[in-house]
Ligand binder design. Structure first.
Ligand code: FES
Length: 161
């Protein structure tokens, strides 16, 4: 556990005459940068904290990376879809060869939608269901559509556009 209030030993020895109070009062000083760096390591939450990945070779992409592969086309069944939680994206295929993608964030209270079944995107928290064609709510309590995510098909890969 990092004690961010305690300056690292090297900053004290590099600037021995600087008091702790003056170090934290100086904006942009080298000692301040050292403190920030010392507190920044060890935790990776950029992908939602899921270190397991999906095993599809697209695990290096972070949510929002343009041109990042998020799935392969054969992972998305026709008339259904699949949730790629590591990318916070649900990809659907309403008709063969037509792919759509939406944010997994439910528009009701923000739970992540967790599956596509019976031809609808499902939220586990309060039962909202969304269209696989346009993300619109089919059954409440959500009243707004899921945010659409721009994608394109590149060979067998679905990538963020
Ligand atoms: Fe999805 Fe409530 S958060 S239905």
């Amino acid at each position: 556990m990092c004690d961010c209030r305690k300056p690292p030993a090297e900053s004290v020895s590099v600037v021995p005459e600087v008091t702790r109070r003056s170090v934290f009062g100086v904006a942009g000083g080298g000692a301040v940068v050292g403190v920030v760096t010392a507190c920044g390591g060890g935790e990776d939450t950029a992908n939602g904290g899921d270190p397991t990945g999906s095993g599809n070779g697209a695990d290096d992409a972070a949510p929002g990376d343009v041109d990042a592969p998020i799935a392969s086309t054969d992972e998305v069944p026709v008339g259904e879809g699949a949730v790629f939680s590591e990318h916070e994206v649900v990809v659907t295929q309403p008709e063969e060869g037509t792919f759509r993608a939406f944010s997994t964030r439910c528009t009701h209270e923000g739970c992540p939608v967790d599956q596509v079944s019976d031809g609808q995107i499902q939220c586990p928290c309060h039962g909202s269901r969304f269209s696989i064609e346009d993300g619109s709510p089919v059954e409440g309590p959500a009243e707004s559509p899921l945010e659409e995510i721009r994608i394109r098909v590149d060979g067998d890969s679905i990538v963020l556009a």
